[in-house]
Design a protein around this ligand. Structure first.
Ligand SMILES: Nc1ncnc2c1ncn2[C@@H]1O[C@H](COP(=O)(O)OP(=O)(O)O)[C@@H](O)[C@H]1O
Ligand SMILES: [Mg+2]
Length: 259
């Protein structure tokens, strides 16, 4: 089992888009996947079309007992290979500014109890570095950072990487996979400049490919279908990019530092 968190400092940069793109690529590739929606805005939960009235991640974080964890899991209409730990606005109560080690370990404990264990766990984080995101990092082998090619991209990525490094001091299995640069417009001078700046500073941590701005992403999300099932050329292009990012993520598992 490989656990990966998708995070950023800011909202609206594409965390949920990247998480769902990787979910889509994973089920397309036949990988059994668990999607964990840690964001109290629960956009990922809404998009994978599950019943939102049942128990959620908030109940699991309240008490990560085996029966509660497995009782909260739901099948998505996207694929039999996908199970979802649904998000909830109530998860906000688990976003303390100064969490203790026990609180930070709850998500990790819960994921270990999922039966049967999936091959891949993808965690969609809220736009902050509070308890929820930190508990995702504690549970994760890999961190995928997301940014747009904007003025504050460099400082945002730097702070997110620092948060990953800090968590790594006590959780050695955690490693940054890299940075996905999202919503890049080709031939946009500002975007090319920011992309260059990110590559200069973060080198190979800037993942390829970066993701262009494509209407297909919003169309597929609006229709609540995986990007691999959206029948346009733009969607096929984006789906192929997520296949590459998933491939990079799964290959990194070969160097995993825990069993
Ligand atoms: N590459 C892209 N092209 C077009 N629209 C995008 C792209 N990435 C994200 N979006 C749109 O931008 C909005 C914010 O993205 P989202 O993934 O929800 O961000 P976050 O989870 O970081 O808040 C969504 O409406 C999403 O459909
Ligand atoms: Mg989101």
């Amino acid at each position: 089992m490989l656990v990966a968190s998708v995070l950023s400092l800011k909202g609206g940069v594409g965390k949920t888009t990247v998480t769902l793109g990787l979910v889509s690529a994973a089920i397309h590739a036949g990988v059994s996947t668990l999607l964990v929606d840690l964001d109290p805005q629960m956009n990922a939960t809404t998009t994978v079309e599950i019943d939102e009235s049942g128990p959620s991640i908030a109940d699991v974080l309240d008490n990560p007992r085996r029966s509660i964890v497995n009782g909260a899991l739901q099948k998505s209409s996207w694929s039999d290979l996908l199970r979802v730990l649904p998000g909830s606005e109530a998860a906000e109560s688990h976003n303390n500014p100064d969490p203790n080690a026990k609180q930070l370990a709850r998500l990790s404990t819960a994921i270990a109890k999922v039966d049967p264990a999936p091959d891949l766990v993808l965690i969609d984080c809220p736009p902050s570095l509070g308890q929820l995101t930190r508990s995702a990092l504690v549970a994760s082998d890999r961190a995928v950072l997301v940014t747009e090619p904007s003025l504050y991209a460099v400082t945002g990525v730097q702070r997110a990487l620092e948060a990953v490094q800090k968590e790594r001091l006590t959780h050695r299995h955690l490693q940054p996979l890299g940075v996905v640069v999202n919503r890049v417009r080709p031939r946009n001078t500002e975007h090319e400049y920011r992309l260059g700046e990110l590559r200069d500073l973060f080198g190979p941590l800037v993942l390829n490919p970066n993701l262009p701005d494509r209407a297909a992403i919003q169309q597929a999300q609006g229709a609540a279908v995986p990007i691999h099932h959206w029948p346009t050329a733009g969607a096929r292009e984006i789906a192929a990019m997520f296949d590459q990012l998933l491939d990079r993520l799964m290959r990194s598992a070969k160097h995993k530092t825990r069993a």
